[in-house]
Design a protein around this ligand. Structure first.
Ligand code: TMP
Length: 214
């Protein structure tokens, strides 16, 4: 069952690198605003001065020695900060929060990608988020190989993107496993389609959720 703790609606959008999240987020924002929502967009890791500093440590290609435990805890630390400073206050004010990545990225990248204890990561993140979870999560499903072609067009790659194709394949399978485990929250969106078709599917779920104010 979806736990609606605050007035605001909390939406997260997930997927492997190059899945097209950044194209969809402005469309969701515009749609929700048109439906009368006051919308804030956040990104993870980041979104606050402290979380952005943690982000640069996490993504620094020089930090090849970073242990998986450090990585898990740093992502959770960045998340704890944005939760307390931005997300929870916004939800309390009744705002709609669209978050570019959230806990499922830690579950998929660190849990499945790094083959680390998923239940432990879930526990750590429950502490970091005070148990506040998105009302709905869109998993932008695209094969990492297709996504790679999209990413080739992007400039530099970060420390996580440097992990290579095998890692991305595990992360992608991880997102699918998570969608099976949390089917009422995580919706799988076929991200191979054109921008408008992908957005129509997302819109359908938002309408079902009651995100379309009259
Ligand atoms: P971004 O490129 O979508 O901004 O995300 C930064 C990278 O961090 C991306 O490769 C996914 C990764 N990541 C994790 O490994 N775990 C997490 O919890 C989050 C939020 C991101």
């Amino acid at each position: 069952m979806l736990r609606i703790k605050y007035k605001g609606l909390f939406i997260s959008i997930e997927g492997t690198d190059g899945c097209g999240k950044s194209t969809q987020i402005p469309l969701i924002k515009e749609y929700m605003e048109g439906a009368g929502h006051n919308v804030v967009v956040m990104r993870e890791p980041g979104g606050t001065a402290i979380s952005e500093k943690i982000r640069s440590i996490l993504l620094d290609t020089g930090n090849t020695a970073m242990s998986t435990k450090t990585e898990i805890l740093l992502y959770a630390a960045a998340r704890a900060q944005i939760m307390e400073e931005k997300i929870i206050p916004a939800l309390k004010e009744g705002k709609t929060v669209i978050c570019d990545r959230f806990v499922d990225s830690s579950y998929a990248y660190q849990g499945f990608g790094r083959d680390s204890d998923l239940e432990e990561i879930i526990r750590i993140n429950k502490f970091a988020t005070s148990g506040v979870m998105p009302n709905i999560t869109f998993f932008m499903d695209i094969s990492p190989k297709v996504a790679l072609k999209r990413r080739m067009a992007a400039a530099a790659t970060d420390r996580i993107e440097n992990e290579g194709m095998d890692f991305q394949v595990h992360v992608h399978a991880g997102f699918h496993a998570l969608a099976k485990r949390f089917p009422e929250r995580i919706k799988v969106i076929d991200a191979t389609q054109d921008v408008n078709s992908v957005f129509s599917k997302i819109k359908e779920y938002i309408i079902l959720l009651g995100g379309q104010k009259s």
